[in-house]
Design a protein around this ligand. Structure first.
Ligand code: AMP
Length: 296
């Protein structure tokens, strides 16, 4: 596995690769969710490239950029085990040199609502770094997790808007054995907060049951079923509970498919998001619970 930290070297190495190249962008502090992206990419491509870069432009001024967890040595070990060919680990200066000026600015409800309403500028930072990395990596396929579904929708839009010859692959949410979606930010949770965090999954299960029962007062009843559980947990503060169209990301006012059930909460200083998706054929993607392991 080659570890590369400059853009020039990365471009040179990329030029040597033949066939399909799979790309997995990450901010590091890897868990089984990241590794499932790598596994899928390994199957579908001749070569795979992962990046580890904590992107400052997607963090707000009051957010956790400084304390975001990092462990490069362990991350590299895990990526090597997954058969990753190249890891790109640039510095902030390499990606945003003095004089950097040009940002990708997604606009409209897709970036003004949901996470965008709570994290202004977040998707501008995401779209900018992802386009930059796509330009450097020239991947055939790029791998993203369902957990960050609004991010996926923004990137799909960018790929289409800018005619990028890249196929985006969505990978199901990997969960701890009690249902909590894996996230690098889970490391912030103390044992009590960690226990409270399982309520997101429970609330999504309750929302799914309500959705399937086709309640007469529709969307409101599904949201209420989720809220009832979340409000029962005093450590949680609810940022939003929403039902959205899974293709357009617009808010739903009646029960229809494909749909997303979305939850965002804050526990202490830690923001957590999660979702379930129900497809047009009524099948659900609720993620995968995985058994505890010492490796990850
Ligand atoms: P991050 O390092 O948090 O920026 O995440 C890098 C990629 O891993 C993104 O595409 C995320 O959506 C994805 N990811 C994060 N958590 C999970 C998870 N629990 N299951 C699957 N993919 C995930």
């Amino acid at each position: 596995m080659r570890i590369i930290s400059t853009i020039d070297d990365m471009v040179r190495e990329r030029e040597k690769l033949e066939g399909n190249v799979g790309f997995i962008p990450t901010m590091g502090y890897l868990h089984a969710g990241h590794l499932s992206l790598c596994r899928r990419a390994r199957i579908e491509n001749h070569s795979i490239i992962a990046s580890i870069f904590v992107n400052p432009t997607q963090f707000g001024p009051q957010e956790d950029l400084e304390r975001y967890p990092r462990n490069m040595e362990r991350d590299l070990r895990l990526l090597e085990k997954e058969g990753v060919d190249i890891v790109f680990t640039p510095s902030v200066r390499e990606i945003y040199p003095a004089g950097f000026t040009t940002y990708v600015e997604p606009a409209g409800p897709l970036v003004e609502e949901g996470e965008g309403a709570i994290r202004p500028g977040h998707f501008r930072g995401v779209a900018t770094i992802v386009l930059k990395l796509f330009q450097i990596m020239q991947p055939s396929h790029a791998y993203f997790g369902q957990k960050d579904v609004q991010q996926i929708t923004v990137i799909k839009r960018m790929i289409s808007d800018f005619h990028l010859p890249i196929s985006l692959r969505t990978i199901p949410t990997m969960r701890e054995s009690d249902g909590l979606a894996m996230s690098s930010r889970n490391s912030y949770l103390d044992p009590t907060a960690r226990q409270a965090a399982t309520m997101l999954y429970q609330a999504l299960l309750a929302g799914k049951a309500a959705f399937e029962s086709k309640p007469t007062n529709g969307v409101q009843a599904v949201k209420q079923a989720m809220m009832d559980l979340l409000q029962n947990e005093p450590l949680l503060s609810v940022d939003y509970v929403e039902l959205r169209d899974a293709e357009t990301f617009l808010l739903l006012h009646t029960i229809q498919m494909p749909a997303l059930l979305l939850i965002a909460v804050t526990i202490g200083q830690t923001r957590l998001i999660d979702n379930f998706v129900v497809h047009a054929d009524s099948s659900w993607d609720t993620g995968l619970l995985i058994a505890p392991s010492n490796d990850v």
